[in-house]
Design a binder for this molecule. Structure first.
Ligand code: FES
Length: 130
């Protein structure tokens, strides 16, 4: 194995890739929300995942997180999407993050009133009625 592949695998394993059951993408704006709102939501997400033991975890609810600079919705943000469920959330300001982490990521119950569409992956698992 080349040095590059070894380094890639080593880095991925360091961050727990291979043990996650979910991946959360959060848009930090600037079109769906202000940069300040996006940054505050990101800091809240990082903090809550850490406090709840979901980040850098091998547990059943282990969750990877990624900040995005546009998820192509561009209004009603911060926009957040969770995979593999493909649950798309709107207006995910910092104050909403703790409830989202508790109910969706820990208890497995999406916060329906904040969800505007779903697109589970793989696609054949999707319920066309949403
Ligand atoms: S800027 Fe957030 S979805 Fe486009």
């Amino acid at each position: 194995m080349s040095d590059l592949w070894s380094k890639l695998r080593e880095t991925a394993i360091h961050y727990g890739v291979g043990s996650y059951s979910r991946h959360v993408f959060l848009c930090l704006g600037p079109n769906c929300c202000s940069a300040e709102e996006g940054r505050a939501a990101w800091e809240a997400l990082k903090r809550e995942l850490k406090v709840q033991g979901l980040s850098m975890s091998q547990g059943p609810n282990a969750c990877y997180r990624t900040k995005a600079d546009c998820l192509r919705i561009c209004c009603g943000g911060p926009i957040l999407v969770v995979y593999p469920e493909g649950t798309w959330y709107a207006q995910m300001t910092a104050d909403r993050i703790p409830r989202f982490v508790q109910e969706h990521l820990i208890e497995g119950r999406p916060v329906k009133e904040w969800v505007f569409i779903t697109n589970p992956l793989p696609r054949e698992a999707a319920d066309p009625r949403g």
